[in-house]
Design a protein around this ligand. Structure first.
Ligand code: ADP
Ligand code: MG
Length: 324
């Protein structure tokens, strides 16, 4: 790409903030150089978004930035890791300075907010595709895995579920109305639950972020931990906006299978529930108990005295062809 170096210098050379103080050298040389803090494990993950698959063609740069960044950092939250720095791989069809400016300004805002610096990346020409690789730290052996859930543990979720799917549907169906700005904000600006994760890490036995849908993601915890779950669907946290727009039945279905909410689903031993409540007493993000872990594999619903099994369905790229 002609002007590749100018593009990198202009939009990506000084982006974010190195809160962990570990970045010796960022963008500009052949590699970045990191001085890892003593006695920490490095936790890392990469996320890719493709125009037409993860976001609609023509989406503005700021919206793509917040969605990409939020989804990427959410994986660090799911491991209870403290974000440290990130890299960015960009494939661009053209050098659209309005799009790039909006993208880099929004990315810079979020990177400062979460205390991470952009330390390097790659830039090529092709269909619009973006990858962020995030890196974070945990104390040795303290990363929160999917495999630690035990029978009797309570199952919790943060925030509300189904809003992101609602936000996507309002766009696909070109809906207007009072709830639309909230729902679309939830779609474009997933909020990685880093601070919540660091608060609950001491008590949690397993965690995952909800990217494919609650049932599908909870099922990953269940399979990794070799346990089952009993869920009370009546307890699912659903926003007033989603409920007002589509009613109880549809919002419940989207809460269970919609995906891309980037909320956390985690388990805590019942005996630690009072301590968890105390730790969360002034926390701004809602945390709701939706059921408990059982010894027998599979997911059961329990509501109004009735119990029935459900299939853990969610979004799967190789089954559902297109996301948007
Ligand atoms: P090389 O050819 O040695 O791989 P590049 O020309 O790809 O180097 O990149 C030059 C510098 O710019 C490197 O430090 C690289 O990390 C950085 N860089 C390239 N693209 C991006 C990007 N999209 N965001 C951040 N840094 C980037
Ligand atoms: Mg390169």
């Amino acid at each position: 790409m002609s002007g590749e170096f100018e593009l990198i210098r202009r939009y990506f050379s000084d982006l974010g903030y190195d809160q962990s103080g570990s970045v010796r050298l960022a963008v500009g040389d052949d590699c970045a150089v990191i001085a890892p803090p003593a006695n920490r494990d490095l936790v890392l993950s990469i996320d890719t978004m493709v125009e037409g698959v993860h976001f609609l063609a023509g989406t503005s740069g700021d919206k793509v930035a917040s969605r990409l960044f939020g989804a990427a950092l959410s994986d660090l939250a799911a491991m209870a890791a403290t974000p440290a720095f990130f890299t960015l791989a960009l494939t661009l069809p053209s050098t659209d300075s309005i799009w790039l400016q909006a993208f880099s300004v929004r990315l810079a805002e979020l990177a400062r907010q979460y205390g991470v610096q952009l330390i390097g990346g790659d830039t090529t020409r092709g269909p619009l595709t973006l990858s962020i690789q995030v890196h974070g730290w945990t104390h040795p052996g303290k990363a929160l895995l999917r495999s630690g859930a035990r029978p009797g543990d309570r199952i919790f979720v943060t925030g509300t579920l189904g809003d992101s799917k609602g936000g996507l549907e309002t766009q696909l169906k070109n809906i207007h109305g009072a709830q639309v700005p909230y729902l679309q904000h939830r779609f474009y600006t997933p909020e990685p639950r880093i601070d919540t994760a660091l608060l609950i890490a001491e008590y949690a036995t397993a965690a995952i972020d909800v990217s494919d849908g609650l049932l599908a993601d909870l099922n990953h915890i269940l399979e990794a931990s070799n346990v089952g779950a009993m869920i009370n669907p009546d307890e699912l946290p659903i926003s007033a906006e989603l409920h007002q727009w589509v009613g109880a039945a549809q919002s419940r279905e989207w809460a269970l299978t919609g995906g891309e909410d980037f909320e956390l689903c985690f388990t805590v031993p019942a005996i630690l529930e009072p301590k968890l409540s105390w730790a969360l007493r002034d926390h701004r993000v809602g945390v709701t108990c939706i059921g408990q872990i059982s010894a027998k594999p599979g997911i059961l619903f329990s509501e109004g005295g009735r119990v029935w099994p459900v299939e853990p369905q969610g979004y799967n790229h190789f089954i559902n062809k297109h996301k948007v």
